[in-house]
Design a protein around this ligand. Structure first.
Ligand code: IPM
Ligand code: MG
Length: 350
């Protein structure tokens, strides 16, 4: 059980330290090795996803990632930006299925900017395709044509790419409330007409799951109007990027949300949904719970350790019930703690 640990940039190292301690406390005998990804990797080696990291990630059963990026790397050539490291590892490891849950913990109902009755009990899973679409489409670039600059990207999907993410989504819906909403823009984009067709063709194989379709603009609206209508949503890489940020904010606490990116064999990369938060990096105040919950997803999906995963998730619920809060989720009447105290509390609650 080999885990490649990539703390990354900003608050990454601080939150990762807590997740690693939680994993160690489980006493399951994981072998963990740390490597560089993102801005720190660029500074040390010139590349955001260095060869040594790639070797370690390929040899591991799972990758646990903190966060990458920061303003000091935003002006580098595109190839050297931290984000490129993230896209590189996703593509190289074939991590096509991105699972992004948006769950509202009852204790944190006030953190949402939506009315409590609109979001109480919210539990959505967004299944985002992660290795195709306009993110990776060729041709792409900025060129000079007819005396002016011209920017272009290419959106495309093959039916097999759509089918395999569709299956992941149908299977996930089957384990939940059996409702799947596929999101596209078929009224304008051919690629997503194919998306809708393939999803519709898959549906008869999952007669227990109710499939619906929604245009992405409407989906963005429905997510803030009546988010509890959704159970599982499945969509392409770019729409999924946008809708998953929107869904995460329904909970008001992006510091709580984990994610999983899986390949065909459930090898995966697990990371919090939030970014590297350079503004609070190094201060010991970041919320480590999303990373700890990402480790729980790793236990469940890659290592098939459902019991250990549930132990970690219950420990997180327990510390919330105890009233412990990092700054991002703090409200009057609760106890403000730092990154390390929060991690320690989770270990104590295990
Ligand atoms: C995400 C991020 C990345 C993406 C960026 C950092 C490349 O926004 O994981 O959602 O767009 O996929
Ligand atoms: Mg994003």
């Amino acid at each position: 059980m080999k885990i490649c640990v990539l703390p990354g940039d900003g608050i990454g190292p601080e939150i990762m330290a807590e997740a690693v301690k939680v994993l160690e406390a489980l006493g399951l005998g994981f072998e963990m090795e740390t490597a560089l990804l993102g801005g720190g990797a660029v500074d040390a080696t010139g590349a955001p996803y260095p060869e040594a990291t790639s070797r370690l990630a390929r040899a591991a059963d799972a990758v646990l990632l903190g966060a990458v990026g920061g303003p000091q790397w935003d002006t580098l050539p595109r190839e050297q930006r931290p984000e490129r490291g993230l896209l590189g590892i996703r593509k190289e490891l074939g991590l096509f299925a991105n699972l992004r849950p948006a769950i509202l913990y009852p204790e944190l109902a006030n953190a949402s900017s939506l009315k409590p009755e609109v979001v109480a009990g919210l539990d959505i899973l967004i299944v985002r395709e992660l290795t195709g679409d306009i993110y990776f489409g060729q041709p792409r670039g900025i060129e000079t044509r007819n005396g002016e600059r011209y920017g272009f990207n290419t959106m495309h999907y093959t039916e097999s790419e759509i089918r395999r993410i569709g299956r992941v989504a149908f299977e996930a819906a089957r384990k939940r409330n059996k409702r799947l909403c596929s999101v596209d823009k078929m009224n304008v984009l051919e690629t997503t007409q194919l998306w809708r067709d393939v999803m519709t063709e898959l549906a008869p194989e999952y007669p227990d799951v109710e499939l619906s379709h929604m245009l992405v603009d409407n989906a963005a609206m429905q997510l803030v109007r009546a988010p509890k209508q959704f159970d599982v949503m499945v969509t392409g890489n770019m729409f999924g990027d946008i809708l998953s940020d929107e869904a995460s904010m329904l909970t008001g606490s992006i510091g709580m949300l984990p994610s999983a990116s899986l390949d065909e064999n459930n090898k995966g990369l697990f990371e919090p949904s939030h970014g590297s938060a350079p503004d609070i990096a190094g201060k010991g105040v970041a919320n480590p719970l999303a990373t700890i919950l990402s480790a729980a997803m790793m236990l469940r999906y890659t290592f098939n350790q459902e019991e250990a995963a549930a132990r970690v998730e219950n420990a997180v619920k327990k510390v919330l019930a105890q009233g412990l809060r990092t700054g991002d989720i703090h409200e009057p009447g609760t106890t403000r703690v730092g990154t390390r105290e929060m991690g320690d509390a989770v270990r104590a609650a295990l």
